[in-house]
Design a protein around this ligand. Structure first.
Ligand SMILES: C[S@@+](CC[C@H](N)C(=O)[O-])C[C@H]1O[C@@H](n2cnc3c(N)ncnc32)[C@H](O)[C@@H]1O
Length: 373
């Protein structure tokens, strides 16, 4: 996983930096919750040096958007409370293959903007990269006040191991992720991996956060309460799988390659997310909500062809590294052209939307301490 999962780097046409409007819209929708979590954190304690981390920051402008909002929120709160500005220490985390160079290069202009916006009136801000896998420890014990993660924890640490039958045949034949007709055993394998990954994630974060520290994350989920009609898909990846299947029929992609390809993410229901947080037990949930964002983040301005192109470009920026490993670079342009037109056709009939889950939590230790004192 560390080697094949990475968003498209750089600033080019297919880069994540140029194709992360959906994620930007998700982050904007999550801003009120972010401000609330930071306000509560700051009201609980007034650290002179606020230590924060953004997990799965990737390499586009969204990482800096989060930083800007976070600094502005703290600044507004501390002014109201008549406190001096804190020092910020911020860690940007992603996997080792992430294009950190591109991100780090944008930091000087970010500092410059901050200085312009705020004059000299903000505390020193130290930004550092922290490469590593968030399904494990990244920071020393009790060293962070706040952890943020946007659109990253639906990625799994690996593909579920048991996706072949006892006779060695692929269980998720013809699909790259859970589709409407996927066998139950495939769904269970993904859910099991989700529970194991998230347990490690939550435990690691609770050890890294100070007492009463906060964490907020958003992820893509699925709304299990919706009854799909015959011609609807359960998620956009099912449409991508259908496009690959068309290319198998055309003789462009080998069938075995499609059967062997399963994407390393899982889109949980809100109930599954609540369950794993409660079962792991380190955190109290302080806010839990769901909201939808269209597959093109409204960038297509109603033009169906453009909408398909935007939606396809978003998926290409996040999945090309993995799909290239399976199917080869030479089929990528053809695949995503076909996919854009499939998405347009689908959006003619149905609303294509990501269903998102937002969770704010507080490290439980403080509540335990308060109860016992
Ligand atoms: C879709 S991007 C989101 C980027 C950014 N937060 C945003 O909202 O635009 C997901 C990021 O999560 C990172 N990621 C996935 N699994 C990870 C893991 N186990 N450890 C660290 N980063 C991970 C990916 O490399 C990718 O950069």
């Amino acid at each position: 996983m560390d080697q094949s999962l990475c968003m498209n780097g750089g600033e080019g046409r297919a880069s994540y930096a140029q194709n992360s409007f959906v994620q930007k819209q998700v982050m904007s929708r999550a801003m009120p919750a972010l401000q609330e979590a930071l306000r509560e954190l700051y009201l609980d304690s007034f650290p002179e040096c606020l230590k924060l981390a953004d997990l799965g920051c990737s390499s586009g402008p969204n990482a800096l958007l989060f930083l800007r909002e976070m600094i502005a929120s703290i600044d507004a709160i501390r002014k109201k409370l008549n406190k001096t500005e804190p020092t910020f220490q911020i860690f940007l985390n992603d996997l080792f293959d992430n294009d950190f160079n591109n991100l780090i290069r944008s930091i000087p202009s970010f500092y410059e903007e901050l200085r312009r916006e705020k004059g000299g009136d903000f505390g020193p801000c130290f930004i550092a990269a922290m490469p590593g896998n968030f399904y494990g420890r990244l920071f020393p014990d009790h060293s962070l006040h706040f952890i943020h993660s946007s659109y990253s924890v639906h990625w799994r640490s690996q593909v579920p191991a048991n996706l072949v039958s006892e006779f060695g045949s692929p269980l998720n034949k013809g699909h790259i992720y859970l589709a409407r007709i996927t066998p139950k055993s495939v769904y269970e394998a993904y859910l099991d991996l989700f529970n194991r990954d998230m347990t490690v994630f939550l435990k690691s974060r609770s050890e890294e956060l100070v007492l009463g520290g906060r964490m907020m994350f958003t992820m893509i989920g699925r709304d299990a309460s919706v009854n799909l009609s015959q011609d609807q898909v359960s998620n956009i990846w099912e449409l991508l799988g259908m496009t690959i299947s068309d290319m198998v029929q055309e003789g462009i992609i080998e069938e075995e390659k499609l059967d062997d390809c399963n994407m390393p993410f899982y889109l949980p229901t809100p109930e599954e997310v609540r369950y794993v947080i409660q079962k792991e037990g380190s955190f109290d949930i302080t806010r839990f909500e769901t909201f939808k964002v269209t597959w093109d983040a409204e960038m297509g301005d109603g033009d169906l062809q453009m909408r398909g192109k935007y939606a396809a470009a978003t998926l290409r920026a996040v999945s090309e590294s993995i799909l290239t490993t399976h199917f080869g670079e030479e089929v990528m342009d053809g695949l995503f052209e076909r996919f854009a037109s499939k998405v347009s056709q689908y959006m003619k009939l149905h609303k294509g939307e990501y269903f998102n889950i937002l969770v704010s939590v507080k490290n439980r230790w403080i509540s335990t301490l308060m109860q016992s004192s």
